[in-house]
Design a protein around this ligand. Structure first.
Ligand SMILES: Cc1ncc(COP(=O)(O)O)c(C=O)c1O
Length: 419
């Protein structure tokens, strides 16, 4: 556009924007939460147990009582299939996998791994943070005072050349965060080659741990779901199984506030974690695990519910993508992805404009995740990235919110180009 055309676009967008501001909107698209309809899908979960039920396990243990440090075998078997890990190598937690991740970092900090000194007693501990990535991952390691090193995300997953170069040379790098399938917020699934390279990684630190958070392993939005190579098997073939912790949960399958979380690991890590868990708890919430086992029965039960989630979510993703295409498609001032699954659409606006777009939206009553939040320390050097979370708002609110967003993107781009 020439300056006159640009000015025209700006004026039009501004008129529209002023109109939105008069509507006193109050729309929130900040976090990737399931919507009410999704939560209602599994209402039956709350009715699966009654006082007359049998609560005894084959070994005579009563599920309602203390004990069962690693969780119900039937629930571990379900996670085993979802995560591609033997049920015997899975430990169940309570409702939050993030808490299990925090705990794994905390254990590294206080007690260390693989007979090395605790991380708190080593110098300049660093964690690799493929970005854009999950802000809460980065926040955990920032909270412990580790240095966060951003790693660029490519179409195939994190930049493996860079990861290998850093991890293989620097003993103070103790871990790397990963969301390998339908990443938060990229929607990307790591390529086979990326998974193989992770399995072959030779960290300088013996106590290095990869945090493989498969939070969206069954969260498809399309008939052609992405396939993720099984890292657990690849690591066994390469003798690197001790350097990975695997995580998943039913938060976005059943109920985020009352689901079941799981952590997978090698035999050696299992021994170490079992010992440590015995100081923390006399067993997880097995009654809730039983509810899940009775409701879902097996992994097929989960796949069926995920189909219903997809019916609710796919139209929301399509709405955002149609709106983006209609409003911004021709302009070249924004790029977005069309993920096959997960909870997010990754939006990149013109360099230097993301914060301004988020600010404009906020002033018009549409709250988005803070610009830069998908980067370590909340700093997106190019100020381009915005995480769009379309799952929670109802369709009419989503429609309005995206309309405001598109208008804000046009205004911010025109402001930048007009100087
Ligand atoms: C990648 C990722 N991991 C973990 C979580 C949280 O999982 P949980 O509810 O099991 O703590 C989220 C939630 O948004 C997420 O996006």
């Amino acid at each position: 556009m020439n300056p006159a055309e640009l000015k025209n676009m700006y004026e039009e967008a501004k008129t529209q924007y002023d109109h939105y501001c008069t509507q006193k909107l109050s729309l929130n698209m900040t976090r990737g939460k399931p919507c009410r309809d999704q939560l209602d899908l599994v209402s039956g979960l709350l009715e699966t147990l009654s006082p007359e039920d049998e609560f005894e396990l084959a070994n005579g243990d009563d599920i309602r009582n203390y004990g069962g440090w690693n969780g119900l075998p039937e629930m571990r078997a379900i996670f085993g299939e979802l995560m591609g890990i033997p049920a015997g190598n899975i430990v169940l937690g309570n409702n939050s996998s993030l808490q299990m991740m925090y705990d794994a970092v905390s254990q590294g900090f206080t007690h260390g791994y693989s007979d090395c000194k605790p991380w708190s007693q080593q110098e300049n501990i660093k964690f690799l943070c493929p970005a854009p990535g999950y802000d809460r991952h980065f926040a955990v390691t920032e909270f412990f005072g580790f240095e966060l090193i951003p790693i660029q995300m490519l179409e195939t997953g994190p930049d493996m050349d860079e990861i290998e170069r850093l991890v293989e040379a620097d003993e103070s790098i103790k871990g790397c965060w990963c969301v390998p399938k339908y990443g938060n917020p990229t929607g990307l699934t790591f390529s086979d080659e990326t998974v193989r390279r992770f399995a072959k990684l030779k960290p300088a630190a013996k106590d290095f741990r990869l945090f493989w958070d498969n939070a969206y392993c069954v969260h498809h939005l399309s008939d052609t779901p992405d396939m993720l190579l099984n890292l657990y098997d690849e690591c066994l073939q390469n003798g690197t199984e001790d350097q990975v912790f695997y995580f998943a949960s039913t938060s976005k399958i059943s109920l985020p506030g009352a689901g079941v979380a799981a952590m997978g690991m090698s035999d050696n890590n299992l021994k170490e974690i079992q010992k440590r868990l015995s100081f923390q708890t006399i067993g997880p919430d097995k009654v809730n695990q039983l509810r899940h086992v009775k409701y879902f029965k097996n992994a097929d039960g989960i796949y069926k519910v995920m189909e219903q989630h997809r019916e609710i979510l796919a139209p929301k993703f399509q709405l955002v993508q149609w709106k983006f295409a209609e409003e911004l498609g021709e302009l070249g001032i924004a790029h977005w992805n069309e993920p096959n699954g997960g909870y997010f659409i990754n939006l990149d606006v013109m360099e230097g404009c993301a914060s301004r777009v988020v600010e404009l939206c906020k002033n018009a009553g549409v709250v988005l995740t803070a610009a830069g939040s998908a980067f370590p320390y909340g700093k997106d050097a190019k100020d381009t990235n915005i995480r769009i979370a379309p799952t929670f708002p109802p369709m009419n609110e989503l429609n309005q919110a995206v309309q405001v967003l598109c208008t804000a993107i046009k205004m911010a781009a025109a402001e930048k180009l007009l100087g």
